[in-house]
Design a protein around this ligand. Structure first.
Ligand SMILES: NC(=O)c1ccc[n+]([C@@H]2O[C@H](COP(=O)([O-])OP(=O)(O)OC[C@H]3O[C@@H](n4cnc5c(N)ncnc54)[C@H](OP(=O)(O)O)[C@@H]3O)[C@@H](O)[C@H]2O)c1
Length: 339
C-alpha cells in the first residue's frame, strides 16, 4: 500500500510517497481502506517540527480521515467488513474528559502514524460510523476540527439557543463552530480578514460579520451587536494575538474556549477583567469518542454538510499542506487518498 511518509527530517519537502508492507490485523483491530483525509493546522505544525521538535520520525502525517472497513480481527464486535468509518484522533479517549496522558498522547498524525496512507489499522474502540448522508471526503473533515468545535460549544459549555457565539476566522474549527452554533439556535458573529470569506460565512448562516483587519478593535463591534453586554461564547483560535480582544468581547460569566494559537502562544495580559467579569477560560483539546458519536448523531439529524474548500490528489499532499499554511482556504482542505 502507498503511504505519504515524513522521512527522517522535518520539512514539507521531506514528505515522500512510499510503498509500505501491510502488517497483520491484530485480534482487536479493524483494517480501514482510507478513501479521504483532511488537513488541520496541526499537520502543518507537525511536519515542520514546530508542534513537537522531538517527534520520532519517520511518521505518516494527518489526523483526520475516513474509509471502509476491509478486514476485522478475531475479537472485533463493534464493526464488520463494509462499514464506513472515521478513526478517532485520540485512540484511547472514550468518555468526556481526558483523564490520563495516554489519552492526550496517542493521537493520529503525530506521534502515531496518521491517515495519509491507503490502509490503516486501529483498535475497534477507536473508530466511529460515518453519518449516512456524508461522502468519504465530507466525513474525513470530522474527527478533529468538527469535534473540537462541538466540544467547545456543546460537551464542555452547553451552549443555549439565543446565545451569542463569536467565531474567530474562517478555518476548519471556526466554520464547524459556526455551523453547530446555528444548529443549536445561536446568533453567530464571524470575524475574518477577508470580505469574500465573510460572504461565504453569511451564506452558511452567520448573522453578523466583522473584518478584523479593518476593525482591529473588533471587541467594540461585538459589544455593539450584543447591546453592550458581550458575547456568551468565544471560539478563540488566535491565542495570544487575539485574546485581549476576546476578553473585551465576552460577557460577564461568558466562556472563552481557548483552542488555537494561530496568532501566538504567549503575551503579557491584564488578567483582572477575567476575574472581575467571572469569565470562564476553557482550554479545549479535541474530544473523546462519546462526544464524537453524539456530534455525528446531531450531524445526521440535521443533514449538516461540512464546508470543503479544495480537494487535492493523494500525490499532492505537500501542495495541500502549503495551501493550508497560506490561509486562503474557507473551512476544510481535503486529500483524496483513494484517487
Ligand atoms: N485545541 C485543539 O484541540 C485544537 C483542535 C484543532 C485545531 N486547533 C488549533 O486551532 C487553530 C485553528 O485550527 P484550524 O485547523 O481550524 O486552522 P485553519 O483551518 O488553518 O484556519 C486558519 C484560519 O484562522 C484565521 N486566523 C488566522 N489568524 C487569525 C487572527 N489573528 N484572528 C482571527 N482569525 C485568524 C484565518 O481566517 P480568515 O482568513 O478568515 O481571517 C485562517 O484562515 C490552530 O491553532 C490549531 O492548531 C486546536
Amino acid at each position: 500500500m502507498r503511504a505519504q511518509v515524513l522521512e527522517n527530517t522535518f520539512g514539507m519537502e521531506n514528505i515522500q510517497l512510499r510503498e509500505r508492507e501491510i502488517p497483520p490485523v491484530l485480534d482487536h483491530e479493524i483494517q480501514i481502506a482510507v478513501k479521504a483525509a483532511s488537513l488541520n493546522f496541526r499537520d502543518y505544525l507537525m511536519v515542520t517540527g514546530k508542534y513537537n521538535p522531538k517527534l520520532k520520525l519517520p511518521m505518516v502525517p494527518l489526523s483526520d480521515g475516513a474509509g471502509e472497513v476491509v478486514a476485522v480481527g478475531k475479537a472485533v464486535t463493534r464493526f464488520k467488513v463494509g462499514d464506513r468509518v472515521m478513526p478517532c484522533f485520540s485512540q484511547n479517549w472514550i468518555g468526556k474528559r481526558p483523564l490520563s496522558d495516554d489519552m492526550r498522547k496517542n493521537t493520529l498524525g503525530g506521534p502515531l502514524d496518521g491517515t495519509a496512507r491507503e490502509i490503516m489499522h486501529v483498535p475497534e474502540w477507536a473508530a466511529v460510523e460515518i453519518p449516512a448522508h456524508l461522502s468519504y471526503a465530507e466525513a474525513a473533515t470530522m474527527p478533529c476540527a468538527a469535534l473540537t468545535a462541538w466540544s467547545a460549544l456543546v460537551t464542555l459549555n452547553h451552549v443555549q439557543p439565543g446565545e451569542y457565539v463569536v467565531v474567530l476566522g474562517t478555518g476548519g474549527v471556526s466554520i464547524f463552530a459556526l455551523q453547530f452554533a446555528k444548529m443549536m439556535g445561536c446568533k453567530v458573529i464571524v470575524t475574518s480578514g477577508s470580505d469574500d470569506k465573510l460572504k461565504q460565512a453569511e451564506a452558511l448562516g452567520a448573522d453578523y460579520l466583522i473584518n478584523y483587519k479593518e476593525k482591529t478593535e473588533w471587541a467594540k463591534e461585538v459589544r455593539k451587536i450584543t447591546g453592550m453586554v458581550g458575547a456568551d461564547h468565544i471560539i478563540e483560535v488566535g491565542g495570544a494575538g487575539t485574546l485581549e480582544q476576546s476578553i473585551r468581547a465576552v460577557r460577564m460569566d461568558g466562556v472563552i474556549s481557548l483552542i488555537g494559537i494561530l496568532a501566538g502562544s504567549s503575551k503579557e495580559l491584564n488578567l483582572l477583567p477575567i476575574l472581575m467579569q467571572n469569565v470562564r477560560m476553557q482550554g479545549v483539546l479535541v474530544g473523546g469518542r462519546e462526544g464524537f458519536e453524539a456530534m455525528c448523531a446531531a450531524v445526521a439529524a440535521h443533514k449538516l454538510k461540512p464546508a470543503i474548500d479544495e480537494t487535492f490528489a493523494f500525490a499532492d499532499l505537500q501542495k495541500a499542506i502549503r495551501y493550508l499554511a497560506d490561509g486562503k482556504h474557507f473551512g476544510k482542505v481535503v486529500v483524496n487518498v483513494a484517487d
